[in-house]
Write a protein that binds this ligand. Structure first.
Ligand SMILES: [Zn+2]
Ligand SMILES: [Zn+2]
Length: 125
């Protein structure tokens, strides 16, 4: 990989890490343009899928029609409000041992757990 590609990837990664609102790829693209307006949309899309594959960022598939991305690599989970479509971070992982046990029962070794809870948030209720 040449240096320009590496640098673009770094810019995209750090742009996402600075956003704490789980942006869509378009929102991320707009943020990236603030740092470097020469980076095109195709470059952002390509690098984002690479970063997801490498496990450096998280893709959160939701049912509001767009995928959301997260540069927060800490083990955490999400709650999506069905009214305002806001994604909240959850850090309680007390259910993880339970899910690992479920996997073990089927002879699956569980490495990672993604969880999306849905409902109505405290602001909308
Ligand atoms: Zn809400
Ligand atoms: Zn998150």
């Amino acid at each position: 990989m040449n240096t320009r590609n590496t640098k673009q990837k770094e810019i995209i990664l750090s742009a996402l890490q600075q956003m704490h609102n789980h942006p869509s790829i378009l929102e991320l693209y707009e943020q990236v343009r603030e740092f470097d307006s020469s980076i095109g949309q195709a470059t952002v899309y390509r690098n984002v899928s690479k970063l997801v594959e490498e496990g450096l960022i998280l893709k959160i598939p939701t049912n509001d029609g767009v995928d959301h991305y997260d540069g927060n690599c800490m083990n955490h989970y999400h709650f999506m409000c069905q009214k305002c479509h806001k994604l909240y971070d959850l850090y309680d992982d007390s259910f993880v041992p339970f899910l690992k046990k479920v996997g073990k029962g089927r002879n699956f070794k569980v490495d990672r757990v993604h969880l999306l809870l849905e409902g109505i948030c405290h602001e909308c209720e």
